[in-house]
Design a protein around this ligand. Structure first.
Ligand SMILES: Cc1ncc(COP(=O)(O)O)c(C=O)c1O
Length: 368
């Protein structure tokens, strides 16, 4: 494995120091919650090794939400570890995969570290970031092992339609290829939620976590769902070799959080609709930017218009140096830096408005 640190991690707010940032518009989750918000008592928790697949109560909640049997779920240390386990289980050096780009960096970087042969399906701004399934299909080869998509998508917020998801399943089933669907933002859909992909076919592998919609990314709990018991056994073997079982405390917290999903997700939906409207109103009055309105998640991926006469490097410099504000710059996603990811779920309303005003002021200062 050839590991390379990713810009999105090196430049992340937690690595820069949260206290150095005034307007943090770079996050891709809801506002972080405190342990006391969950009202759980863990004093009597026995700190033994946990069940290797995940705590039974936690598996049950995940499985019920996905409409699959408990045995089809494997808990992991966040969706990040789920993606790592899937890539290292299914792919070897030289194997071919097709992956959507831009993407959450790990979806691309782990296959790269393995030494895979990768084809990218680029999501184009001018096509509304819609997935071109014909193009994706044309890239499949006899040695293609995996097709990897994300919905709702990070960083664009665009969601697949159910017809597209079913077509991807049909394509992969017909060729004996696995379909990885990163559903980390599924609970934050503004359009009707898709079925969990893994519930539709054993060829589909679903990944998600409590990080984003539950606002608890420091609790490292995610999961893999798949209906092929042999494949699940291999995923479990990978998990056991990495860490035996999950963190008992993290799993307990995740179980309590998922148990409160009805109330919590309703309040998340309200906050997201206020956040996305705040961005929409601001963009409507900001002629130097254009965007594709997101259909889910808590981020969007606007760009500075090519003819706006903006010195892009200066823009980012002023944003950080003069306003202590940050967004996710395009290079985090291997895109032109005219693009920026703006998170509207994490900042509180005043911080979001202040950060958007800081972006406009930085565009003023970076005018050529
Ligand atoms: C699409 C997507 N997948 C997976 C992850 C990993 O999240 P976690 O490991 O915190 O569950 C992220 C985090 O940004 C993401 O955006």
């Amino acid at each position: 494995m050839k590991y390379v640190r990713m810009p999105i991690e090196i430049e992340s707010p937690e690595e820069q120091g949260y206290d150095t940032i005034r307007y943090n518009l770079s996050e891709s989750s809801m506002r972080d919650r405190k342990l006391s918000d969950l009202g759980l008592g863990v004093d009597d928790l026995v700190l033994a090794y946990g069940a290797h697949r995940g705590a039974p109560g936690l598996l049950g909640l995940i499985a019920a939400n996905a409409k699959v049997p408990d045995a089809d779920v494997l808990c992991t240390a966040g969706a990040a570890a789920a993606l790592f386990i899937i890539a290292t289980t299914l792919l070897e050096k030289g194997d071919h995969l097709v992956v959507v780009r831009p993407n959450y960096a790990t979806n691309i970087e782990t296959p790269r570290a393995i030494g895979c042969d990768i084809d990218y399906v680029d999501l184009a701004f001018d096509a509304g970031f819609q997935l071109d399934v014909d193009r994706l299909e044309s890239l499949i080869r006899p040695n293609t092992k995996l097709i990897s998509v994300t919905t709702p998508h990070n960083p664009t917020g665009v969601a697949l339609s159910e017809a597209t998801l079913r077509r991807l399943i049909a394509i992969t089933e017909a060729r004996g290829i696995r379909l990885l669907v990163d559903e980390t933002y599924r609970e934050m859909s503004f359009v009707p939620k898709l079925p969990v992909a893994a519930s539709l076919s054993p060829s589909a592998i679903s990944v998600a976590s409590v990080s984003k919609s539950y606002g608890i990314p420091g609790v490292r709990v995610g999961w893999i769902i798949n209906r092929d018991p042999k494949l699940m056994e291999r995923f479990l073997a990978a998990k056991e070799q990495i860490g035996i079982c999950g963190s008992i405390i993290d799993e307990q917290i995740a179980e309590v959080a998922l148990g409160q999903s009805a109330q919590w997700l309703a309040s998340v939906a309200k906050d997201l609709s206020i956040g996305v409207e705040t961005v929409a109103t601001w963009i409507a009055g900001e002629p130097r930017l254009e965007w594709v309105r997101p259909q889910g998640g808590c981020v969007c991926f606007p760009r500075i218009r090519a003819d706006a006469g903006i010195d892009v490097e200066r823009f980012y410099h002023v944003l950080s140096a003069d306003h202590a504000a940050c967004v996710g710059p395009g290079h985090w996603f291997e895109q032109d830096k005219r693009h920026m990811r703006i998170g509207f779920g994490w900042p509180l309303p005043a911080e979001l408005k202040g950060g958007l005003a800081a972006i406009s002021a930085s565009l003023d200062a970076a005018k050529r």
